[in-house]
Write a protein that binds this ligand. Structure first.
Ligand code: AR6
Length: 177
């Protein structure tokens, strides 16, 4: 198994110049929304929403891939996270988002993927719990990756960054990598 690097940075998911694919915290219809989806669609331009029409709707935990349009990235993977306390089991559905996105990127031959903190905005998932789920999902998927070499989590605030860095350090499958 080749090494996969997992890192956390503070920033804007729509401004990751060096990544092959960025992940969208989408809605079921894959329409431009607020937060991550708003930032990605406005940077990508209207061609993204047009392409997405044929890919929608998706269900919680699912991931689909589109081109990146005017983004600096070749592709966007759109994931629908669970609405916390509504789409159950929320932890399983959130974990499916990360696993399905990683496997889709890998099958597409991509080597770097950037994730936002899916479900932790409008969808209400507690950040600390979401961070632990995200890290475990990545750790559990590593053995199945052949082309993905870099997994980056992009957090909007310094506070959110420290929560994700802490979860990365605590995950038994990722710490010490
Ligand atoms: N870059 C990185 N992180 C961001 C950015 C950004 N540009 N903007 C917000 N965040 P959210 P969800 C953080 O609400 O909870 C949308 O309208 C934010 O602080 O974007 O999965 C969709 O259309 C939070 O921690 O996604 C859906 O209807 C995290 O990203 C719904 O909201 C996710 O916040 C999806 O809700």
């Amino acid at each position: 198994m080749m090494a996969v690097k997992v890192e956390c940075v503070q920033g804007n998911i729509a401004a990751q110049q060096d990544m092959d694919v960025i992940v969208n915290a989408a809605n079921a219809q894959l329409l431009p929304g607020s937060g991550v989806a708003g930032a990605i669609h406005s940077a990508a331009g209207p061609g993204l929403a047009e392409e997405c029409r044929a890919l929608a709707p998706i269900g919680p935990g699912e991931a689909v891939i589109s081109s990146g349009h005017n983004l600096p990235n070749q592709h966007v993977i759109h994931c629908l996270g669970p609405v916390y306390g509504v789409d159950e089991p929320s932890d399983r559905l959130l974990s499916d988002c990360f696993r399905n996105a990683l496997l889709l990127a890998d099958r597409s031959g991509l080597s770097s993927i950037a994730f936002p903190a899916i479900s932790t905005g409008v969808f209400g998932y507690p950040l600390r719990d979401a961070a632990a789920v995200a890290m475990k999902a990545v750790a559990d998927t590593l053995d199945n990756l052949n082309s993905v070499r870099l997994v980056r989590f992009v957090l909007f605030s310094d506070q959110d960054l420290s929560v994700f860095e802490d979860a990365l350090k605590r995950d038994p499958g990722l710490s010490g990598r």
